[in-house]
Design a protein around this ligand. Structure first.
Ligand SMILES: Cc1cc2nc3c(=O)[nH]c(=O)nc-3n(C[C@H](O)[C@H](O)[C@H](O)COP(=O)(O)OP(=O)(O)OC[C@H]3O[C@@H](n4cnc5c(N)ncnc54)[C@H](O)[C@@H]3O)c2cc1C
Length: 400
């Protein structure tokens, strides 16, 4: 995006650029390239290495945190520059579950002890987190969740039983933040609590779910009589829905920002790069006027999205989510990304059918896998239909 930066911002941009160049490990770059091409899963070392490096440097692992909690206290423009530089140098995205989703609700709803216990380890990357919201019969209708937490006789622990699903990277996680039912007799939104569960606890197990793109980054997560200290509950018992909603706002803001963030898997090769290659490889495709119009339109839509996002983030208070308006960004971006992935596929012609095999071009394989993976973006973090419901009720104020 063409943004006019101040002298200080340009210096900061140079600092970030140099830091990434000098510190982003080549072994990680090679591993990601290889695994994107083959659809293999990342190891825990791979998903946490960059987080740990950034955590040792001015709190850069948590660009949205204020200095009060050890974050860098970036301005909106600095955060923008930071994310853009990460994207330009194609670094792996720091997994958001701890830094961007769980930490802000600990800051808002947690006790002093909880902040002290969990936040520094989230910043440093020592603890890797996952999200235990969805269940087999509770996705869009999240408040129907059934995983139960019953208080032990001495009142010190919850005994948790149940199942979560689509738990991204649960196989690597040290901790999971979970919504559990603590009052089965209350109205469904009222009987929920928000608890933090150590994945090493006895009775926690995970089972991988394989995706169409070949990778298996998700798990079903099971809780079988898991003892969770009551001190791991965030906020009051049965008031977990307020925490859950606050976290979802942070999640949607994060999803909106991934348009420019590092690790935007659908953008490893930009539309324009693919178009340029298409001129060389499949001149027929690019000679088609409607295809050229579509490329230009999609590129303009991307720039408009970026500019609107930037304006909105500058208006938002540092460290806070966007509010229900975040749903508009989530909806638009996920659908825009799918359009782009689809367009890249069509520009790539017959090469789009390439899936595997040593003789084929690596980037063609990436485009195909990313196109398939992109199908998930209109589902994760709340489906497009759910975003439309939120926009109509909470942004436009339309009746039920
Ligand atoms: C890549 C990916 C990663 C994920 N990671 C996690 C994770 O780490 N942790 C976690 O807890 N969950 C995770 N999820 C789960 C995700 O949050 C749910 O898939 C999502 O909320 C939809 O729930 P569902 O799959 O049960 O679909 P359903 O809720 O069953 O929806 C099915 C269809 O019905 C439509 N629908 C449902 N209700 C309504 C309504 N009221 N109005 C209009 N249409 C409706 C939906 O839009 C959808 O098209 C992930 C999902 C994906 C795809």
């Amino acid at each position: 995006m063409d943004t006019t930066f101040s002298k200080e911002d340009l210096e900061f941009q140079q600092e970030v650029r140099t830091f990434i160049k000098e510190n982003y490990p080549q072994w990680l770059r090679d591993a990601i390239k290889e695994k994107t091409r083959t659809g293999q899963e990342f190891t825990k070392d791979e998903v946490t290495a960059w987080h740990k490096i950034l955590g040792k440097h001015k709190g850069w692992s948590v660009p949205g945190w204020s200095t009060e909690y050890g974050g860098p206290g970036f301005t909106a423009t600095q955060k923008y520059i930071f994310q853009e530089e990460m994207a330009k140098q194609d670094t792996l995205m720091v997994a958001p579950f701890g830094p961007v989703m769980c930490a802000p609700v600990i800051m808002t709803f947690g006790s002093a002890e909880q902040k002290e216990k969990f936040l520094p380890r989230i910043l440093s990357g020592e603890d890797f987190w996952c999200q235990g919201y969805s269940e087999p019969n509770a996705g869009s209708d999240l408040a129907s969740l059934k995983t139960e937490a019953v208080l032990s006789e001495d009142g010190t622990h919850y005994i948790v039983n149940g199942q979560k699903t689509w738990t991204t990277m649960a196989q690597h996680a040290d901790w999971i933040f979970c919504l559990v039912r603590t009052d089965p007799n209350a109205a469904k939104h009222d009987g929920i609590s928000f608890v933090l569960i150590d994945m090493a606890s006895e009775g926690v197990s995970t089972k991988p779910i394989e995706l169409i793109s070949g990778a298996s980054p998700f798990c079903e997560t099971f809780f079988d009589n898991v003892r969770v200290p009551v001190s791991n509950r965030i906020h009051e018992e049965n008031k977990g829905w307020s925490v859950a909603k606050a976290l979802l706002l942070h999640e949607r803001t994060m999803l909106a920002e991934t348009s420019r963030g590092a690790g935007n898997v659908q953008e490893r090769r930009s539309l324009l790069q693919v178009a340029r290659d298409a001129v060389e490889q499949h001149e027929g495709v690019i000679a088609d006027t409607s295809m050229r119009n579509e490329i230009a339109q999609t590129q303009m839509d991307t720039m408009c999205y970026e500019a609107t996002l930037q304006r909105t983030m500058e208006a938002a208070k540092a460290g806070q989510g966007m509010g229900p308006e975040g749903s508009m960004f989530k909806l638009y971006l996920s659908e825009l990304n799918q359009r782009k992935a689809d367009l890249r596929q069509r520009m790539n012609g017959a090469n789009s059918l390439i899936w595997d095999g040593e003789d084929f071009n690596q980037e063609d394989k990436e485009i195909t896998r990313e196109w398939l993976y992109g199908k998930a973006s209109t589902i994760l973090g709340g489906t497009s239909e759910i975003q439309l419901n939120i926009i109509s009720k909470r942004v436009l104020g339309l009746p039920d």
